[in-house]
Design a protein around this ligand. Structure first.
Ligand SMILES: *Cc1c(COP(=O)(O)O)cnc(C)c1O
Length: 398
């Protein structure tokens, strides 16, 4: 039934069946590490030890796969744990990754410093420029890593075109869908092979849990070389499932529960995040102290048309470049009141972040460095009038 249901229905029901023992509408949190066996190897429902499987995590993984329209979902302890499990499974020393030049700083750091130390090479490229991506792909390239909208400059990359390019080159196409969330963008339907999430952000949605996810699409075959699609997908998904089990970066039952709980309101939250962010983007665009507003919902954004085509809303993230440079940017970031100064994003509460010293401090001095004039806003779902008043106050203090 849930396979055919629409997005908001799937978000609430997929994997979330009531408890058959008690009728509890909400499936219980299976806060257990192990499971009794009915004789050696006699497992009830396939569960043996919670690193390998836990019903609360299974419920979330089913929900995640249903949201992204994928074949398999895997839930991890954090977004970076998910990224690491995927990259470690796919890559060997000497392999090459093409990664966006404006991705989450931690993703860049993971590829450059952790996988780089094991002989994995990478090239950073503007993934909104198809020719640049094509030129960056080498014979040893195994992965094309895309983040759209990107972080923090909100660049929009053409997922369908990049997926096509990746397929032709025999490269695995991975999309970090954290910023848009599956409510606004469905990369697998656009042809991507694997979707990555930091569920810490919009999926969890309440800044109270850390988590990550991978969702595998149905048409992976051609992306990893010759052969039949279904077999290649099953093979990669199975190998990553093994890495998750063998390396152990799984989400705990309570974290999985909180994430499932958050997901149920994702659709309505994203609508409000989007409308609040658009109102704030328009207000900021009018002010002389703001050099540029980076929000794909604005007609002035170079990726606006593409975003309108591949997304069903523009989301709650925006960045601004302050005319007064680094000093003005710091002053702005430190003078809002409702927008609290903190890393992270995607929660119901509004946050302000100064990327060059906070979320993106790890990429200072690299090709992914963020200019000092940039401030990033995660627009929450508070009353928009209060948020606008807060922004006006910070602009007045510039
Ligand atoms: C936060 C974030 C990550 C990393 O996720 P964690 O849960 O913090 O490990 C990856 N990608 C994007 C776009 C993020 O915002």
């Amino acid at each position: 039934m849930h396979d055919h249901a629409r997005f908001d229905t799937r978000a609430i029901h997929a994997g979330q069946e009531f408890d058959p023992t008690t009728g509890a509408v909400i499936p219980p949190i299976y806060q257990t590490s192990t499971y009794v066996q009915d004789g050696i190897g006699g497992l009830r429902g396939g569960y043996e030890y919670s690193r390998g499987g836990n019903p609360t995590r299974t419920a979330l993984e089913t929900q995640l796969a249903a949201l992204e329209g994928g074949e398999l979902g895997l839930s991890f302890a954090s977004g970076l744990a998910a990224e690491d499990a995927l990259l470690r499974t796919v890559l060997a020393p000497g392999d090459h990754v093409v990664v966006g030049n404006d991705v989450y700083g931690g993703t860049h750091r993971l590829i450059r410093r952790v996988h780089g130390a094991w002989g994995v090479r990478h090239t950073t490229v503007d993934t909104s420029d198809l020719d640049a991506v094509r030129a960056a792909i080498e014979p040893s390239t195994k992965v094309l890593w895309i983040e759209t909208p990107s972080n923090p400059l909100m660049k929009i990359s053409d997922v369908a075109a990049l997926a096509e390019l990746g397929r032709t080159a025999g490269v695995l196409v991975v999309v970090d869908n954290t910023f848009a969330s599956p409510a606004l963008q469905q990369p697998l339907a656009l042809g991507a092979d694997v979707v990555v999430h930091s569920t810490t952000k919009y999926l969890g949605g309440h800044s109270d849990v850390l988590g990550g996810a991978l969702v595998f699409g149905a048409g992976l075959g051609d992306a990893t070389g010759a052969g039949s699609g279904r077999t290649e997908l099953a093979d990669l998904a199975e190998r990553v499932t093994f890495t998750q089990f063998a390396a152990g970066a799984v989400s705990g039952p309570f974290d999985a529960f909180l994430t499932s709980r958050g997901i149920k309101t994702l659709g309505v939250r994203m609508e409000r995040h989007s409308s609040n962010a658009l109102a704030i983007a328009r207000r900021l665009e009018e002010h002389a102290g703001i050099e540029r507003v980076f929000y794909p919902g604005l007609e002035s954004h170079p990726g606006h048309e593409l975003a309108a085509r591949q997304m069903s809303g523009f989301g709650g993230m925006l960045s601004i470049s302050l005319a007064g440079g680094g000093e003005a940017a710091r002053r702005f970031a430190e003078s809002t009141e409702l927008f609290q100064l903190a890393e992270s994003l995607g929660g119901v509460e509004s946050l302000v972040n100064y990327p060059s010293e906070m979320t993106h401090a790890s990429v200072k001095g690299t090709e992914a460095e963020v200019p000092e004039s940039i401030v990033r806003l995660s627009v929450g779902i508070e009353d928009v009038a209060d948020l606008l008043a807060d922004i006006d106050g910070a602009l007045a203090r510039l």
